[in-house]
Design a protein around this ligand. Structure first.
Ligand code: ZN
Length: 401
């Protein structure tokens, strides 16, 4: 049974008494919406389309036939697939680009949201934005080459950056992603890729991905907490990403834990991030485990290393405090922890849960499910792909009368 479509659409409802043509167009869009599922298998049976779209099976069958003739939809063969169809690759492609402090990941997908190919490369920390975009453009060409596709096949790119992005689309906060500050990343990337680029913060895109396809599925009020070089939250409120008045909502990493604490990347003092980022963990374990990666530290913790376990516990307690502050305000039903730190799994989660129980109202903590990301380090790029999908309309054939 297919899940309801995670594809958010601005499609309005058809009023009673609307013209027959308008109804046909609206029904066609409903069918398309049911097909834009995202995830690994984007095929949907016609019976499921009828159920998801709330249309009669005969109506779905007629519309699907028109869409197949127009090349927008194709039949899926295989055992047990029956009348399954999916959006055809011929209808166009989209791309997702996730740029981190030290990595770049890109995926190309179809307009059903399925990932067709994906690649990851390391990036130099504090890279100038031109270098990041040069590498992204090279990767774009390589991925298109793998698919035998052309640049003109790509209708939109979704892009995530690990920094606050203001309402004008500029990278805000001088010290957080230095090589990108004040850059109109959307325009710069659009000039490189030759199509519209839609930009958002990396934690927001992680939230989008986990909400639609991951550990936050089914939770219309959820928090995605990304803990990597920085600490930030993506907020899903009433089923939609919440950006705030200036576009930078969710900067939980800069809540003040201790006003006499260490100086943070943002220039403030004693921020949550200064106690719980991957960099903070490295600093705390500098003598015991110099140059250890997060994956190395998790292996060490599993082997029983007391110092590493204690550091994960401390990080979890601090994060639990921050989550409790946020949870008291917005009462989410799910918290999903992603980013590099999520590799610590239960070593981290246990103390996050404990911190939330200690600092949040009982009515808030008792209704909050806490887990680590199910999409792992792919959540950013999947979110970027979903962002592009949400902003891309399919060119649909005129319905036959
Ligand atoms: Zn800070």
């Amino acid at each position: 049974m297919a899940a309801p479509s995670p594809y958010s659409t601005s499609m309005g409802s058809v009023r009673a008494g609307g013209s027959t043509a308008a109804l046909r167009v609206a029904n066609q869009r409903r069918v398309i919406e049911a097909l834009r599922t995202g995830g690994s298998d984007t095929s949907v049976t016609q019976a499921d389309i009828a159920r998801i779209a709330g249309l009669a099976p005969a109506t779905v069958s007629n519309i699907v036939r028109e869409l197949v003739v127009a090349g927008v939809v194709e039949a899926v063969s295989g055992p047990g697939r029956g009348t399954a169809v999916r959006i055809s690759r011929k209808a166009g492609l989209i791309a997702g680009l996730d740029i981190g402090h030290r990595h770049l990941r890109m995926a190309i997908g179809d307009l059903g949201g399925a990932v067709l190919t994906e690649h990851r490369l390391p990036l130099v920390a504090n890279h100038p934005f031109e270098q990041g975009l040069d590498m992204a453009e090279t990767m774009f060409e390589k991925l298109l080459g793998e698919l035998g596709a052309a640049r003109t096949d790509v209708l939109a790119v979704g892009m995530g950056l690990p920094a606050p992005i203001d309402a004008a689309g500029l990278v805000a906060a001088a010290s957080i992603l230095p090589g990108w500050v004040g850059v109109d990343a959307r325009a710069e990337a659009s000039a490189r890729f030759g199509c519209p680029v839609h930009l958002d913060n990396d934690a927001n895109l992680g939230a989008l991905a986990e909400h639609r396809l991951g550990a936050g599925a089914g939770h219309d009020c959820m928090v995605y907490l990304k803990v990597s070089s920085g600490v930030g939250a993506g907020l899903i409120l009433d089923g939609r990403l919440f950006h705030g008045g200036g576009g930078t909502a969710g900067e939980i990493g800069h809540l003040t834990v201790d006003s006499n604490g260490p100086i943070c990347r943002c220039g403030s003092r004693g921020c949550l991030e200064a106690y719980s980022s991957v960099g903070a963990v490295s600093d705390m374990l500098l003598h015991q485990h110099p140059n250890a990666s997060m994956a190395d530290l998790v292996v060490t913790a599993r082997a029983g290393d007391v110092a590493v376990r204690r550091v994960f516990e401390d990080v979890g307690s601090h994060l639990g405090w921050g989550v409790a502050m946020l949870a008291n305000l917005i009462n989410p039903s799910a918290l999903v922890i992603g980013g590099d730190m999520a590799q610590a799994g239960e070593f981290l989660l246990e103390s996050v849960r404990d911190g939330v129980r200690r600092h949040a109202l009982a009515s808030v903590s008792s209704t909050l499910t806490m887990s680590v990301s199910s999409l792992g380090d792919r959540s950013g790029v999947i979110g970027a792909l979903l962002l592009a999908l949400d902003h891309t309309e399919l060119a649909l054939p005129a319905p036959t009368p």
